[in-house]
Design a protein around this ligand. Structure first.
Ligand SMILES: [Zn+2]
Length: 361
């Protein structure tokens, strides 16, 4: 190994941390960008973790926390990944996230967070919006809820999960999660265990429609030919929930959805009870603003959300919409005018759009 003598001593990076950095390097983990750089002793070049270039051998690799450290040791910045040009907004958001993770402060104060980061609330708000598409407050809530969901799924008790996430009291947790998760923590646990979901199947000119709901709102709207397949899809979504076929339940919700399938104007607001990430919720809200008879492209929706580069994420949020028709994901099409996909079949999407266009006139 001709480069052996060039291996720079890096006493500041403990071996266990270096192992983690190496894994992130192998994974080309863009989330790790900004927390370290790796340098290659055989080429004297250093890179950010996500660099697309071929991975070096472990023995030729050293890690530094900052680009400056690497340059002090004589390494040059890679021209492909530009590790010395990290976006300052990304750095700021990353630092803020680390602080939120470490603190259990409740309530969240933007001004306090900004001053700890030597930034201003306005600057922080802009950085969050550009990097995550969320306001800092929304990010903080989504961040906590994600942690909470993980804990509940892994079987922690509600009280333990609650304190681990920094919620001050049980009632506050229920207050927040009712509006954000769409389910109380108890029913969120383990695939909807302990949850009661009623469903009805109606006939339309587009085939069968399954409408599932809890006491609080509509949880699923599926379209298809085969009742059994529709019920199986619901079972997959809520493997542990108690599913009850209700002949009479929320008839007014079913009737409203049947009207909309036929392209008729909405007659009432439909309450929703769905699980969603903060981003999915934003996309679905945006879709509900598309007027009947009109369409938008994925790009237009991404722009309307202030996230012009998140076209794929928008498409994913459309594809995972559990309440078709009510959240009209069928009104989103490709920029070239083609329909793109639809979970319930392209023909149905086409027909929905045609009849909405006709009846909206
Ligand atoms: Zn590179």
């Amino acid at each position: 190994m001709k480069s052996q003598e060039h291996i720079a001593p890096t006493p500041q990076i403990p071996p266990l941390v270096a192992n983690r950095y190496w894994q992130a390097t192998l994974d080309r983990d863009s989330q790790a960008d900004g927390s370290f750089v790796f340098a290659v002793t055989s080429t004297q070049i250093y890179c950010r973790p996500s660099c697309p270039a071929r991975r070096p051998r472990r023995i030729n690799t050293v890690f530094f926390r900052t680009p400056q450290d690497a340059e002090q040791q004589g390494f040059r910045a890679c021209r492909r990944c530009r590790p010395n040009r990290l976006d300052p907004a990304v750095t700021l958001v990353r630092q803020a996230a680390a602080m939120l993770a470490a603190s259990h402060d409740d309530p969240f104060r933007l001004s306090a967070l900004a001053s700890k980061l030597h930034s201003s609330p306005a600057q922080l708000r802009r950085a969050f919006h550009r990097v995550t598409g969320l306001a800092p407050k929304e990010f903080e809530q989504a961040f906590r809820l994600r942690k909470l969901k993980e804990l509940l799924r892994s079987g922690s008790s509600i009280t333990d999960a609650l304190y681990a996430c920094g919620y001050g009291s049980s009632s506050r947790l229920y207050e927040k999660t009712n509006s954000h998760l769409g389910m109380t923590p108890a029913s969120y646990r383990k695939g909807g265990e302990g949850m009661k979901i009623g469903y009805t199947i109606g006939n339309t000119t587009l085939g069968k429609v399954l409408v599932a709901s809890t006491d609080r709102g509509v949880s699923a709207v599926y379209l298809g030919e085969n009742e059994k397949e529709l019920v199986n899809a619901l079972r997959e979504e809520y493997p542990k929930a108690e599913l009850l076929r209700a002949e009479h339940g929320h008839d007014e919700w079913l009737n409203e959805i049947l009207r909309r399938v036929e392209g008729t104007a909405p007659n009432m607001e439909l309450p929703l009870d769905v699980q969603a990430t903060a981003f999915q919720r934003r996309v679905w809200n945006e879709l509900q603003k598309i007027p009947r008879g009109a369409t938008r492209t994925y790009t237009q929706v991404a722009r309307a959300l202030g996230r012009p580069r998140s076209v794929r994420a928008v498409a994913r949020a459309c594809a995972t919409n559990p309440v078709s028709i009510v959240v009209p994901c069928h009104r989103v099409i490709r920029t070239d005018g083609t329909l793109a996909g639809y979970r319930w079949g392209l023909q149905r999407k086409q027909k929905l759009l045609e009849r909405e266009a006709e009846r909206a006139r």
